[in-house]
Ligand binder design. Structure first.
Ligand SMILES: Nc1nc2c(c(=O)[nH]1)N[C@H]1C(S)=C(S)[C@@H](COP(=O)(O)O)O[C@H]1N2
Ligand SMILES: [Mo]
Length: 301
């Protein structure tokens, strides 16, 4: 496990992607000994090696959705260089005892990023497997002392058309907003990602701070977060505002509920030829299905 703050990562410590696979082999052996001790039970997803075969770094960083830089898959890699991620401030507001503006380092401290290998499944029916670096959101939120009326958490992406040229267009209602129910936000799988493949997040992947909610469609995993707000009502999210009949608040990966314009039964793992069956909750059902025990997930899509 990498246990380092991104700010502490020295160039000499960064594992080049081509060495990454070999390092992983080593870590796998180490994990047999260490994982049970380091991670709460049930967090490490039991899966075949094939199912968690890493998507190459090049694909992870050149095939992206980040509409602030355009709607084409290669637009973010091409244009996100204009995003300035240092310094970065995260504003905390709403139903909590400790609202404020926090420099990114203070916002994350004293926690250090750990590695989590998660699948990300886009609603467009492609998927990737990414070794994220991040901190479970559940470790960070309690510090702001959410009150009893905090039922949801709303996340907002930076709004600055000068740095994010896509925001000069009406592709989406800006700024990009996403939200989780409090228990989803506090679930141990929910990660605030600071990096991937052992390095800081590239801008196109949502630097310097993004959400990764692996059991939900990729659009819930909001990038380049500048604001976190505790609310008593479900946040109005960008995609839900844009097309409510297509994108619900919950957005749990569900092969049985088709997108109105296409099936969700299969997916194409980027880099693979044959399509795979999509798994309920993107393969994390054992860990998260209980969150939705009494809900009709066809209605609450
Ligand atoms: N701010 C913001 N966050 C976003 C998006 C976006 O357009 N803007 N796209 C979402 C979608 S649809 C997906 S699939 C994932 C893609 O993450 P990746 O490019 O790092 O693989 O980011 C999500 N987060
Ligand atoms: Mo997506």
């Amino acid at each position: 496990m990498l246990i380092q703050k991104p700010a502490d990562l020295q160039p000499s410590e960064i594992t080049p992607p081509e060495l990454y696979a070999r390092r992983r082999e080593f870590l796998k052996t180490a994990a047999v000994v260490g994982a049970a001790v380091l991670l709460p039970r049930g967090v490490v997803q039991a899966a075949t090696d094939d199912d968690l075969k890493l998507t190459p770094y090049k694909d992870v960083t050149s095939y992206n959705n980040f509409y602030e830089f355009g709607s084409g898959k290669t637009d973010p890699a091409e244009y996100a260089g204009s995003l300035k991620t240092k310094p970065w401030t995260v504003t905390v507001e709403g139903h909590c005892e400790k609202p404020g503006q926090y420099a990114l380092e203070d916002f994350l401290a004293p926690h250090t990023s750990e590695e989590r290998i998660y699948r990300l499944r886009c609603v467009e029916a492609w998927s990737m497997v990414i070794p994220w670096l991040g901190i479970p959101l559940a470790k960070i939120l309690p510090r702001f002392q959410p009150t009893a009326s905090a039922k949801y958490v709303e996340f907002t992406t930076l709004f600055d058309p000068a740095q994010m040229p896509g925001q000069k267009t009406r592709l989406l209602p800006w700024p990009y907003i996403e939200g989780l129910r409090m228990d989803e936000a506090m679930h141990p799988l929910t990660l605030l990602a600071t990096g991937l493949y052992g390095k800081e997040l590239p801008n196109q992947n949502g630097a310097p701070l993004r959400l990764v909610v692996p059991w939900k469609y990729g659009f819930k995993s909001i990038k380049s977060i500048v604001k976190i707000r505790f609310t008593d009502q479900p946040p109005v999210t960008s995609w839900n505002r844009e097309a409510p009949q297509e994108y619900g608040f919950y957005a749990n990966v569900n092969p049985d509920v088709d997108h109105p314009r296409w099936s969700q039964k299969k997916e194409r793992r980027i880099g693979e030829f044959f399509r795979r069956d999509t798994l309920p909750f993107n393969g994390y059902a054992d860990q998260v299905a209980g969150l939705y025990a009494n809900m009709d997930l066809r209605k609450n899509f």
